[in-house]
Design a binder for this molecule. Structure first.
Ligand SMILES: [Mn+2]
Length: 426
C-alpha cells in the first residue's frame, strides 16, 4: 500500500478549519512572549527519527507473542511500512537495520525501494546476543567479552560483516549493544571481561570506514541479572574514548535503573562531545519498551531540554542519531510508532519553547521558583498545533493516527499480506 500526497491533501482539507483556529491562537500567544514561531515550526518539520526494522511486527515477551496480521515478512515490506509512517508524518525518514535479520539479497533493489519512500539507512545494528542456526561458535557465555577466544573473534567478524553490508547500503554508523555479562557472582572476572570487550571494540573500530561512527549502547541488567559488562554510560564513555574520536555513547531511555537522572547524563555526554545516538521508548520499571511519552512525559521534556541546549551550545558534539527502540506487544506497531513520533515531537517542541535567556538569568540569581516556572510554562503549553503546522508544511497528515485509521491501512496490509505473516525479529 502506498499513500500518495493527494490522498493526504484531501484528508487534511476536512481538518484544516479546526487547525487554523488553534494555530492562530497559539501563534499569537507565543509571538507575544517573544518566540519565533516560524523557526520552531521549521525545526519540528526537519526533525527525523529512524524506525528500527524490528519494531514493525508484534513484539513478544518471555511468556508469549500475539500477532495481528499484515506484518512485514521481508526487508522490502519493512521498508514499505516505514514508508507509510513517513508518508503520514514526514518525520520517519530513516530506517535502522538489524543483521542478520535484514540481509538484503538485492542491494540495488533495496536502495531503490528506500529512495522511493524518501528513506535513508541510519545506524546498522549487529546481533551477538543469540546464536543463529549453523553458528560456528556460541555467544551463550558472551561475545565481545567472551572467555573463549573463538567466540570473541566470531563476534568481531560479525560486526565487520555488518559494516560491509551497511557500507553497500549507504549507512554511516554501527550500533553495538551487548548482552554480555554474568547471571551469577563468580561467573566472570570483571576486569578480564572489560578488557576483552575493549580489545574487541577496538578491532571493530579499526575495521570501520573513515566516515563511519561507532555507537556503544549500555544497559544495567537483562538478559543477565547479576552484572552487565557495559552497564552504564560511564563504562560506555570510557570504551568510546579508548576506541577513538569516532566512537560515541548511545543513550537508550529504557536502559537505566528507575529514577536515574537521564537528562544529566545527556548533558554530561554532550559537554564532552560524546553523545552519538539516542533510542526513544518509555518505561515504568525497567527496559519496558513502551510507547514514548506514555509513562513519563515530563522526564522526556527535561531530557529534550538538555538535548536542545546541547545542540545549540556544544559544537563539539555531533548531531545525534535518533531512533525509536520499542516493542509492540498489544498495539498495532504502526499506530504505536505514530504515537511515539508524536510524543517525541511534542517534547522537542516544548523544549524549543524554553526561554533559555530567562532561565540563565533565573539561575544566576538563584531564583529557584522562577527557573521551575520557566521550564513548566514551556512544558504546559499545548504545542500540538505547531506539529500540525509542520506537517501541513511538509505534506504530511494533520492527524497521522486518524488518517491511518481512516485510510484503513492495517486492513489493507492484511489483504495484501495475509493474516498469518510474521516479522523477523524479537
Ligand atoms: Mn536500544
Amino acid at each position: 500500500m502506498i499513500i500518495g500526497k493527494d490522498i493526504i491533501e484531501q484528508y487534511n482539507k476536512a481538518e484544516i478549519e479546526n487547525f487554523t483556529a488553534d494555530f492562530d491562537f497559539l501563534q499569537n500567544k507565543l509571538t507575544k512572549s517573544g518566540a519565533n514561531v516560524a523557526e520552531i515550526v521549521n525545526k519540528i518539520a526537519d526533525f527525523q527519527v529512524a524506525i528500527p526494522s524490528w519494531a514493525l511486527g508484534a513484539g513478544g515477551t518471555r511468556f508469549g507473542r500475539f500477532s495481528f496480521g499484515g506484518e512485514p515478512s521481508s526487508l522490502e515490506q519493512k521498508l514499505d511500512d516505514v514508508g507509510l509512517l513517513h508518508a503520514l508524518t514526514h518525520s520517519a525518514g530513516a530506517v535502522s537495520l538489524h543483521i542478520p535479520w535484514d540481509i538484503p539479497s538485492d542491494v540495488k533493489a533495496i536502495k531503490e525501494k528506500a529512495i522511493s519512500h524518501g528513506l535513508v539507512f541510519d545506524a546498522m545494528n549487529s546481533n551477538t546476543f543469540q546464536d543463529q542456526a549453523g553458528a560456528k561458535h556460541s555467544y551463550k557465555f558472551g561475545s565481545l567479552n567472551a572467555v573463549n577466544e573463538d567466540s570473541r573473534a566470531y563476534a568481531v567478524e560479525h560486526n565487520k560483516e555488518v559494516i560491509r553490508i551497511g557500507k553497500e547500503l549507504g549507512s554511516k554508523s554501527l550500533t553495538v549493544w551487548l548482552a554480555d555479562g554474568a547471571s551469577f557472582p563468580g561467573q566472570l572476572n570483571f576486569q578480564t571481561a572489560l578488557s576483552n570487550t575493549e580489545k574487541s571494540l577496538k578491532e571493530i573500530y579499526a575495521g570501520m570506514p573513515e566516515d563511519w561512527k561507532l555507537f556503544i549502547e549500555y544497559k544495567p541488567y537483562e538478559p543477565n541479572f547479576y552484572s552487565t559488562t557495559i552497564q552504564d554510560w560511564g563504562t560506555s564513555f570510557m570504551l568510546a574514548n579508548a576506541c577513538g574520536e569516532r566512537a560515541y555513547t548511545l543513550v537508550d531511555l529504557g536502559h537505566h535503573l528507575p529514577n536515574t537522572n537521564i537528562e544529566q547524563i545527556v548533558a554530561t555526554l554532550m559537554y564532552k562531545g560524546k553523545l552519538g545516538g539516542f533510542h526513544f521508548n518509555d518505561s515504568k520499571y525497567g527496559d519496558d519498551d513502551l510507547t514514548v511519552g506514555s509513562i513519563k512525559p515530563y522526564a522526556l521534556f527535561l531530557i529534550f531540554n538538555e538535548l536542545v541546549y546541547g545542540m545549540e551550545n556544544n559544537p563539539q558534539n555531533p548531531y545525534p542519531a535518533w531512533m525509536i527502540d520499542a516493542s509492540h506487544n498489544i498495539k498495532d506497531p504502526l499506530e504505536d510508532l505514530l504515537q511515539s513520533l508524536e510524543a517525541i515531537l511534542i517534547a522537542y517542541a516544548q523544549a524549543l519553547l524554553v526561554d533559555q535567556k530567562a532561565l540563565k538569568t533565573a539561575q544566576l540569581n538563584n531564583d529557584v521558583v522562577g527557573a521551575q516556572d520557566i521550564l513548566q510554562n514551556a512544558y504546559r503549553t499545548d504545542v500540538r498545533p505547531l506539529l500540525r503546522a509542520a506537517r501541513l508544511q511538509t505534506g504530511a497528515a494533520l492527524d497521522p493516527v486518524a488518517a491511518y485509521r481512516n485510510l484503513k491501512v492495517r486492513e489493507n496490509l492484511i489483504t495484501e499480506r495475509g493474516l498469518e505473516t510474521k516479522a523477523t525479529g524479537l
